[in-house]
Design a protein around this ligand. Structure first.
Ligand code: GCU
Length: 678
């Protein structure tokens, strides 16, 4: 059935003409299989080439025919050693793919310094076929620009995933360690195909039980499945675990008994999982325990854990998403205020993990002011793949353009060109470790992600974690070709749907820099009126701060002054209502309803215009998709068609509810031609 289970690794037979063109290049497979990673690479190639070409290549121990494909390392495959391949600079995860001549016969090599590099290269070779690239004259070199490319699963140990919209958690703790669901292997294949090399298995709002022997046995079993694919497991550690599962009366990081507890715990974990990646920690945020409960700093807490992991080669990913909902100051400022003074005081194996924006995975946020502001600390990017604030799994929203917008933003921290990507990959400040995390959208649904198009968000996350300088359109094209069809008459309109989809959602949910207008708690539909009353950190009327005169959150130097957390050239622009990008106008400014925007409209008219534009864009997606019926199997076409209908209905709901609500402040009529809210 065309249920999406195979993700982008579909390997359906290519068009007959393509098969004919490819076969001479892929006649024989020379791929050693003496380690688990070598075995999975060979299996994947046989499965993939067999499917795409209609027949698998012959397997041989040494190249003996034209069209041999050699896959391995100079150590695993001696035939590679004599080819003068330049493997230097590829590191321990990179690879090259090259067309060569062997004894006068054409051959293709996929070579690396490590088995996992060769595995990544094998997936790349398959991708070349899946996207119909020519295979003659290949000369490709790839190495990841970011070291830790990690999924964060917000799994609660009871099959529930916080903010998960794709069924239950894929981790079946109840049946582990004895039953290893084959899905775990397919999960690992999908991740390896895009270069993801780490998985934090449990929720940042962590249950300390995960660190007990019973659960560690389950974690070790999962680590065993993921290991051949180059994926390390990590765990979210609850800071108060020594009290909850250790019987202690404190978790003070400076207490020697607490330190000893964690040291023993680390030794216990590494005895079971020698390549354990380390801990992710959410501390002193949203009610979670942390070092501040004991009068200590984030650095004290992170360093204590880093100290016990260091001898084993593990890292601490310490989250900067900290705020207290009882704190009346602008939440935008809290992480910066707490963390910047700690720059330079973290141990070498600590990374501070920062969400892309300062509020919370909103449909669109300016980049987080911490990027560029902590040059002595490796800062990890934390993106959300699961669409908590973007219509869950129902709305078609491709996140590539949003990720790209943030990665390309210029922090000006070390002069122009100091992009967020350069901060994150460590090149700006010369860090030895670097990382990108994505909050996973994966669950037990047959299609893994709750909808077919949400698979693209998993895909683009992995591709950008590997290379944060890729452009999201290229990645979308690649994904569409692998997942649906390579017919340009299909690829072009579908990529256009994807590329416009993020702006569409921003328009019908939170245009012009508005944010956090969602229903409280579930974060799905509109709720700018804040049922349940105001909360301290929303500073009385949520973030939109609508009044009779105007709308928007004043974060200028005369408001909350969050702008001053950015480097001066950025701060100046954000602070100026004439120069701030219009997409962030109401993020930084409180503006009169009647003020003019760049279109020449009044702010009120522009707001209504954008809400309607978002709805219209969804209607356009519906029409476009309807016109593509013949290009894709009926099963997937139908589900996407139905989901777009839901999105259309809900975009209208967002528009109508928001306009009706804001109109109670503006008391202005709708611009001509605009339909009144229903
Ligand atoms: C958001 C989300 C929470 C989550 C938190 C976090 O606030 O709604 O469910 O726990 O982010 O990232 O820690």
């Amino acid at each position: 059935a065309e249920d999406g289970y195979e993700l982008w690794l579909r390997y359906r037979p290519l068009e007959a003409g393509q098969q004919l063109r490819y076969r001479p290049h892929l006649a024989q497979l020379v791929a050693p299989a003496s380690t688990p990673t070598q075995r999975v690479a060979r299996e994947e190639l046989l499965r993939g080439l067999g499917g795409l070409l209609g027949q698998a290549p012959a397997v041989a121990d040494a190249p003996s025919a034209a069209g041999a494909v050699l896959v391995g390392t100079p150590a695993s495959l001696p035939a590679l050693a004599g080819l003068g391949l330049d493997l230097e600079g590829l590191g321990d995860e990179g690879y090259l793919i090259r067309s060569v001549e062997l004894d006068g016969r054409p051959a293709t090599v996929v070579a690396a310094n490590s088995d996992v590099g060769a595995l990544y290269g094998s997936f790349h070779l398959l991708r070349l076929l899946q996207t119909r690239q020519p295979l003659d004259a290949l000369d490709l070199r790839q190495a990841p620009k970011v070291k830790l490319r990690v999924l964060n699963h917000w799994d609660d140990l009871d099959r529930y995933v916080e903010r998960g919209y794709s069924g239950q958690s894929i981790w079946n703790w109840h049946l582990l360690p004895d039953w290893l669901d084959p899905r775990y292997t397919d999960y690992a294949r999908a991740n390896a195909s895009i270069g993801i090399n780490g998985a934090v298995l449990n929720n940042v709002n962590a249950n300390a039980q995960i660190l007990t022997p019973m659960y560690l046995a389950k974690v070790a079993a999962l680590a065993g499945v993921l290991r051949p694919y180059g994926i390390r497991v990590y765990l979210s550690a609850r800071f108060s675990a020594p009290m909850e599962i250790g019987g202690m009366d404190t978790a003070d990081p400076l207490d020697p008994a607490v330190q000893r507890w964690w040291k023993d715990k680390a030794a216990e974990i590494y005895a079971r999982i020698p390549d354990f990646g380390g801990f992710l920690v959410k501390a002193n945020s949203e009610g979670q325990p942390g070092p501040q409960d004991f009068g200590r700093t984030h650095a004290d807490g992170a360093n204590m854990l880093a100290e016990v992991l260091a001898p084993h080669g593990g890292v601490v990913m310490w989250r900067a998403f900290v705020y207290s909902h009882e704190e009346p100051d602008d939440r935008h400022k809290q992480a910066y205020t707490e963390f910047v003074p700690l720059d330079g005081s973290f141990r070498d194996n600590v990374l501070v993990q920062v969400k892309n924006g300062a509020i919370d995975f909103q449909p669109r946020e300016p980049f987080h002011p911490l990027f560029g502001a902590m040059p002595k600390t490796p800062l990890m990017m934390e993106f959300q793949i699961t669409k908590e604030y973007l219509g869950f799994a129902t709305h078609l929203v491709y996140l590539g353009p949003m990720y790209e917008e943030v990665l390309r933003a210029d922090t000006h921290a070390a002069g122009p060109g100091s992009t967020v990507a350069k901060v994150v990959d460590g090149s700006l400040d010369g860090h030895a470790i670097s990382g990108i995390a994505g909050v996973a959208n994966i669950g037990t649904d047959r299609n893994w992600s709750g909808s077919h198009f949400d698979q693209a968000n998993w895909y683009v996350f992995g591709r950008l974690a590997w290379d944060p300088y890729l452009d999201s359109r290229t990645v979308a094209e690649e994904w569409v070709r692998m997942t649906f069809s390579a017919d340009p008459a299909f690829v072009e309109p579908v990529v256009a749907m994807m590329m416009g989809s993020h702006q569409a959602a921003v328009d019908y949910m939170t245009p012009l820099g508005l944010h956090h207008l969602m229903g409280r708690g579930h974060h799905y539909g509109p709720g700018p009126w804040v049922e349940g009353g105001p909360r301290a950190d929303w500073t009385s009327v949520y973030y939109h701060r609508a009044t009779r005169e105007g709308i928007g959150f004043d974060r200028t130097t005369s408001g909350s002054d969050a702008v001053s957390q950015y480097a001066p050239p950025v701060a100046e622009v954000f602070n100026d209502p004439e120069r701030v990008p219009e997409d962030f106008l109401l993020w930084f400014h409180h503006r009169p309803w009647t003020s003019r925007v760049s279109s020449g409209r009044s702010l009120w008219d522009e707001l209504v215009h954008r809400y309607s534009r978002g709805v219209a864009q969804v209607e356009w997606m519906q029409r476009t998709w309807d016109g593509l019926r013949g290009h894709v199997d009926a099963e997937r076409h139908h589900q996407i068609e139905r989901f777009l209908a839901i999105q259309r209905k809900e975009a209208q709901w967002w528009r109508d509810a928001s306009i009706a609500y804001f109109q109670t402040f503006s008391r202005l009529p709708l611009p001509e031609g605009e339909a009144p809210p229903e």
